[in-house]
Design a protein around this ligand. Structure first.
Ligand code: GRG
Length: 303
């Protein structure tokens, strides 16, 4: 893993990931008080599995880079993104979507707990995430107008104009030869919107003045697309065991950046996007070595 001058990326990811993990435990304990008992084990299986926690880490890193100060509350707010992400993976893996049996190196939630319970537990995570974002932002000291903006940001990115809309395009595109423009549009929504919202939520909660959120947005859009390109490369060049997930894009007959450009050129394109992301931070004079290092991580990751 490449270190930028001031960042030991491995240590940073490990410490930040641990704090996200703790916040997710708190969120699930809170949810357990209200959730029908049968939904708790599948929710815990999906949320507390071996994810990279990239979205909450980006959120807290942007929050800190914008001058935000806060302890566990920042991770509580940011863990809302991981709740949305966990629900999306639970539903994405269902037989009516990708029909996956392996996720994060373990059996998928519906394989263990059944489809109906997985569908319900996933649905319960959506409003739980909105409340988590709202309560977390207030606990950080945001006023209600700002906390509402944070929740709107999350909801918009997760919704029809973002992740859900992108997923619909993805499902419709199976077995079709999509153009690069179609692929970009699909992935900006399906993957990019939530990644970009992670940064905007952090900036909003920190009360960052424009143009900082705009620069973070440019950074977020660029790493979002780079992330997906690398995802396609890894999918095409690694085994299910290495990636901890199945089925592959090829098995699902999906158009990918690798089918358009080949793995090597796709990787090169991802690298260019990462440079574009870093330039957005430099142009805004935003001193954020961790965000620079996270941009490198997007292309260097192995899973
Ligand atoms: C109702 C049509 C409809 C959809 C519901 C299922 C769904 C919403 C959306 C699915 C979108 C989806 C699966 C996006 C995930 C894309 C992606 C790149 C996932 C992998 O993310 P990582 O690499 O995974 O961050 P880890 O495991 O590290 O968290």
């Amino acid at each position: 893993m490449k270190d930028t001058p001031d960042v030991d990326l491995k240590a940073f990811l490990s410490v930040e990931g641990g704090r996200v993990e703790a916040a997710l435990e708190r969120a699930l304990e809170h949810l357990a008080a209200e959730l029908p008992q049968e939904l708790l084990p599948p929710a815990r299986h999906a949320v507390l599995s071996n994810g990279k926690r990239l979205r909450p880490i980006l959120c807290v890193t942007a929050y800190t880079a914008c001058g935000g100060e806060g302890g566990d509350e920042a991770y509580d707010m940011a863990s809302s993104l991981e709740l949305i992400h966990a629900y999306s993976l639970m539903h994405d893996d269902l037989p009516c979507m990708d029909d996956a049996d392996l996720r994060r190196g373990r059996e998928t939630t519906h394989r263990l707990y059944g489809e109906e319970v997985t569908m319900r537990a996933g649905a319960a995570l959506i409003p739980a995430a909105a409340l988590q974002a709202w309560n977390g932002a207030l606990a950080l000291g945001s006023d209600e107008a700002t906390a509402a903006e944070v929740v709107v940001e999350l909801s918009r990115a997760a919704g029809a104009g973002g992740m859900v809309g992108g997923q619909v395009l993805d499902l419709l595109g199976e077995g079709e030869a999509l153009s690069v423009e179609d692929l970009n549009g699909l992935h900006r929504r399906k993957t990019g919107a939530l990644l970009a919202a992670s940064l905007r939520m952090g900036a909003l909660a920190a009360g960052a003045p424009t143009p900082t959120p705009e620069a973070l947005d440019r950074y977020g859009q660029a790493i979002g697309l780079a992330f997906q390109i690398v995802d396609d490369v890894l999918d095409a060049t690694s085994s299910a065991e290495e990636l901890g997930k199945r089925p592959s894009d090829e098995e699902l007959h999906k158009s990918t950046y690798v089918s358009h450009f080949g793995a090597e050129d796709a990787r090169r394109r991802a690298g260019l996007l990462v440079e574009e992301a870093k330039e957005a931070l430099t142009a805004a004079a935003l001193s954020a070595p961790e965000l620079m290092a996270l941009a490198d991580y997007i292309v260097e990751r192995r899973r």
